[in-house]
Design a protein around this ligand. Structure first.
Ligand code: CP
Ligand code: NVA
Length: 297
């Protein structure tokens, strides 16, 4: 089974991953080890930079008794002439799972079609399901479940799109505010409706945060969008999408990181006690250990 989108998991499978994550988090805190990856290897393909995804997967593999191999953009032939389908079949003869962070979502789909081991999406231009796992774990810890209202204030990007689907699966109340023209793909909203519920959609950040328990944002310019930088910074700042202390009020603040202080969020918000971004970052480790344990069981 592959994990290319958050909705590759049914509600029950998602619950299983989160339950495993919580159990593994408690075991780690008690200094206990786990064996889910004993003698097993994870290949990690990165076409884009990463701090959290790379280190949490590599550390997670070690903590599960396994091993991870980092394959950067110039380490393998993918991106230098070898197609994804050949990379998938060769790696499958060596390793027990493949995690890939690539630009084109179709590349992880092709890896998944041809690999004979599980393929995990470590972020594409369209989706970031591993981030959603950690975010759902963080929300569940903070609110003792999913009975909460979350406001997305930012770009309708990969992180947002996976969150929309994840929220629909678990029944989290989500409102998505994006500037005009930067919304979530219609196909994602249709899929959310199939899964349970579409988020509320608005272009008004103030309206979005009103009544919300937590506010989530991400960078305005994602990796690969550098040529749109000036245009996006102008559009998002003019539309009032920066999360300031005024906009946030006493709500919790979430961000997948890395953050660009002074763009989508102020330094004061990130450094405030309302920010739970470090718990989100930590939970990448626990959530992905739960995922690996589930996929390899
Ligand atoms: N949130 C996240 O995926 O961070 P990295 O880009 O550092 O992996
Ligand atoms: N939307 C961001 C997320 C980084 C983790 C990007 O794709 O660059």
């Amino acid at each position: 089974m592959n994990f290319l989108n958050i909705d590759d998991l049914t509600g029950a499978q998602l619950e299983d991953v989160l339950t495993r994550a919580i159990d593994l988090k408690e075991r780690t805190a008690r200094g206990k080890t786990a064996e889910a990856m004993s003698g097993r290897t994870l290949a990690m393909i990165f076409e884009k930079p990463s701090t959290r995804t790379r280190v949490s997967f590599e550390t997670g593999a070690t903590q599960l008794g396994g091993h991870a191999i980092f394959l950067g953009p110039d380490d393998i032939h993918l991106g230098h002439g070898e197609p994804a389908k050949d990379t998938a079949r060769a790696l499958s003869r060596y390793v027990d799972a493949i995690m890939a962070r690539v630009f084109d979502h179709e590349d992880v789909v092709e890896l998944g079609e041809y690999a004979t081991v599980p393929v995990i999406n470590g972020l594409t231009d369209d989706a970031h399901p591993c981030q959603t796992l950690a975010d759902l774990l963080t929300i569940r810890e903070r609110f003792d479940g999913f009975d909460a209202r979350l406001a997305w204030v930012g770009d309708g990007n990969n992180v947002c799109q996976s969150l929309v689907l994840g929220a629909a699966i678990v029944g989290l109340d989500l409102v998505v505010a994006t500037p005009e023209g930067y919304g979530v793909d219609d196909a994602v909203l249709d899929r959310a409706a199939e899964l349970g519920s579409k988020p509320e959609i608005t272009t008004d950040p103030e309206a979005a945060v009103s009544g919300a328990d937590a506010v989530y944002t991400d960078v305005w310019v994602s990796m690969g969008e550098e040529s749109e930088r000036a245009e996006k910074l102008d559009a998002f700042s003019r539309a009032g999408f920066r999360v300031t202390e005024d906009l946030l009020g006493d709500r919790l603040f979430m961000h997948c990181l890395p953050a660009h202080r002074g763009e989508e969020v102020t330094d004061a918000v990130l450094e405030s006690d309302n920010a739970i971004v470090w718990s989100q970052a930590e939970n990448r480790l626990h959530a992905q250990k739960g995922l690996l344990a589930s996929l390899l069981s």
